[in-house]
Design a protein around this ligand. Structure first.
Ligand code: 13P
Length: 253
């Protein structure tokens, strides 16, 4: 059984105090070890990266990420944060290409490719997010669209580099308050398409979008799915801990 990745992005949420509280609760709960076979990760806002690293400690079993990073190491890029800066603050993962960034901040296949490359160059893990709109889904083009996003961002990587990449498939229509949870049936074909290309080659193939405590176990049962990338359900620590338990139960079954 491959490792199950279970992580959350806090998006643009949590003060430093709230972030520290969540992270210290998780640290105390895990007491130095992740559940067997499970790779936990947390992706706070930039403001909380260093604080969460401090709370988790250097040897934490929980991987820490940032929600974006620029492809250049340094320079005149006002408002941006580079991969070396993220690493300096304690990050091990760089989230790249979330649909909210593609929609609102002009992220393209080309910028995701540059960011994946910079992330790998500095020894961090790229968490590449892909996903189609409702329009693309309704036209029957889902698999082609998401494979284009993945191929475009991962083009030119050798096997060793690819083996450090984590892909999260998050259909846009399933994300957030406006989204509706995807059914297992809707996800079988896209994951079959992704699995054919990437299972065994990348570090993880995650599902994200309205993951909750009722659907998490079923989502983990979909062929080729090796983890969950979660927003709202995990923002309260208790929800996240429950997701870790669900992943453990899935592995034990
Ligand atoms: P929700 O779980 O809140 O739908 O968000 C998913 C997501 O975008 C994770 O990156």
């Amino acid at each position: 059984m491959s490792t199950l990745w279970v992580g959350t992005s806090w998006k643009m949420n949590k003060t430093l105090a709230e972030g520290r509280e969540w992270a210290s609760g998780l640290r105390d709960h895990l007491a130095g070890a992740a559940p067997e076979g499970v790779q936990p990760f947390v992706i706070p806002s930039f403001t909380a990266t260093a604080a969460v690293r401090e709370v988790l400690g250097e040897d934490s079993p929980v991987l820490l990420g940032v929600q974006n990073a620029h492809w250049e190491d340094a320079g005149a890029w006002t408002g941006e944060v580079s991969v070396p800066q993220a690493k300096d603050a304690g990050a091990q993962i760089v989230e790249i290409g979330h649909s909210e960034r593609r929609e609102h901040f002009g992220e393209t296949i080309e910028t995701t490719r540059l960011k994946v490359s910079a992330t790998l160059h500095h020894g961090l893990i790229p968490l590449l997010c892909i996903g189609e709109s409702a329009e693309v889904k309704d036209s029957g083009g889902t698999s082609e669209f998401i494979l284009d996003q993945a191929h475009g961002a991962l083009e030119g990587l050798d096997d060793q580099q690819l083996s450090r990449v984590v892909i999260a498939y998050e259909p846009i229509w399933a994300i957030g308050e406006q989204g509706r949870p995807a059914t297992v049936e809707e996800l079988i074909e896209p994951f079959a398409a992704l699995g054919e290309q990437y299972t065994g080659k990348v570090a993880g193939l995650l599902y994200g979008g309205s993951v909750n405590l009722d659907n998490a176990a079923d989502l983990l049962g979909i062929g080729h799915v090796t983890g969950l990338f979660v927003g709202r359900t995990a923002w309260q620590l208790e929800g996240y801990l429950e997701l870790l338990r669900i992943a453990q139960t899935h592995l034990a079954a």
